[in-house]
Design a protein around this ligand. Structure first.
Ligand code: ASP
Ligand code: MG
Length: 408
């Protein structure tokens, strides 16, 4: 007997934005339902539903309780999953819509960003046995105490991956409105090429450096349990990009993609006394203010004083500046400067581990384009430069060309 295949498909909010799209997605779902294939679908809230609900809540309460917020936001996915199950049934297929709580997505108590402990497979297996297509509301779970939780913005990706792990799915397909993962943003560089595959590590790095395709936590979980992901478009049958543990082609590629992030701001604390413990004081103060620090650069001191620069998300700049000014006064440092006119450009590739001279080639390309590098940060598989904001589009283009990413 042939082994039954199990697939999980996740449809994002834009894929189910109205009745027509819900019907189109239903058609797509049933085309995968064969006798030897079980299909479980995870769906996000329609279009901007989640944003609209948040907006509504803050009109009513200054500081709504986390518990009620989760109760409210989880309704978005309940709507889309019920409608999608109806659409599937209209096409003559048995289907059942289940909320995250009905499935048994058990989470911790952290409302708004709950972590998934486990997913119960009983109800899903029973539905599969009855030949049903299961439609599950994403983004939500339930605590041991029966409280409803949500998994953080973009959390339906995590629901899908957790579900795929629970039912040992052969593949987890992530449907979105783009056709896959590109070497860079095609809106910035028309020659950008769709990647056939990318590793979990590269995808995680790209996500944290600005590519907004999948929720980073969901990629981490997929990596941990080695669940292959297929990112593809709900508008076409075209193959998308596979996210896998190790790339199958043993080709000579050092750089896989270029990303940029215009959301950073730079702070410089001038004339910091060059003594042990001073950096700890500065960054403790910034952390206490709830700000995520990104790239950090400290200059050598010739005068027992040094400048320390770092970047923070633009939205957190006011908080960070306040904390920096306070701690600077305390430790006897000088002025605190800042700039919003910076951006980050990064190259990412697992191949960097085994290739030399990648950084030099990156800096060379930027220099040839007359782009000044203000700060540099590296990880095992990425190199980032902080540059002027108005140069970042040009930087992405020259780096894409320098590493021949359009050639494949
Ligand atoms: N609806 C939720 C959000 O907009 C979850 C998701 O879309 O994955 O963040
Ligand atoms: Mg959404």
């Amino acid at each position: 007997m042939k082994k039954t295949k199990t697939i999980v498909q996740k449809y994002g909010g834009s894929s189910v934005k109205d009745a027509d799209r819900i019907k189109a997605v239903a058609e797509r779902i049933v085309s995968y339902k064969k006798n030897d294939t079980n299909v479980a679908v995870v769906v996000s809230a329609m279009a901007d539903t989640t944003d609209d609900l948040i907006e509504l809540a803050v009109k009513i309460a200054k500081d709504p309780t986390d518990r009620e917020m989760d109760l409210l936001l989880s309704t978005g996915e309940q709507i889309s999953c019920a409608l999608l199950a109806m659409a599937v049934r209209e096409l003559g297929f048995e289907s059942v819509a289940l909320t995250g709580f009905q499935v048994g997505v058990l989470t911790n108590k952290e409302h708004g960003k709950a972590r998934v402990h486990s997913v119960d497979d009983k109800r899903l297996k029973k539905a599969f046995k009855e030949g049903k297509i299961v439609i599950v509301a994403g983004y939500q779970g339930i605590t041991e105490d029966g409280e409803i939780t949500t998994l953080g913005r973009g959390g339906s990706d995590l629901s899908a991956v957790a579900l795929a792990k629970a039912i040992r799915a052969d593949v987890c397909e992530i449907y979105t409105d783009v056709t896959g993962i590109y070497t860079t943003d095609p809106r910035m560089v028309p020659e950008a090429r769709k990647l056939k595959e990318i590793t979990f590590d590269e995808m995680l790095e790209m996500a944290s450096l600005g590519a907004q395709v999948m929720q980073a936590r969901s990629i981490e979980v997929a990596k941990r349990f080695n669940i292959p992901l297929h990112v593809r478009s709900s508008y076409s049958k075209e193959e998308g990009t596979m996210i896998v543990k190790t790339a199958s082609k043993i080709e000579d590629i050092a750089v896989t993609g270029v990303t940029s992030n215009k959301n950073e701001a730079k702070i410089t604390v001038c004339a910091v006394p060059d003594q042990p413990g001073i950096s700890a004081k500065i960054f403790n103060a910034i952390a206490k203010a709830g700000v995520n620090v990104d790239v950090i650069v400290q200059n050598v001191s010739h005068t027992r004083k040094t400048d320390i620069s770092f970047t923070v998300p633009k939205a957190e700049l006011p908080k960070a500046l306040e904390a920096a000014a306070e701690v600077s006064a305390k430790i006897g440092a000088g002025e605190v400067l800042h700039s919003r006119e910076v951006a980050r450009v990064s190259i990412v590739g697992s191949g960097m581990r085994s290739h030399q001279g990648i950084a030099a080639r990156m800096f060379e390309a930027l220099a040839q384009a007359g782009i000044n590098i203000e700060m540099i940060a590296t990880s095992e598989i990425s190199i980032s430069c902080i540059i002027a904001l108005d140069k970042v589009d040009a930087a992405v283009k020259v780096l894409h060309r320098k590493f021949a990413l359009d050639k494949g």
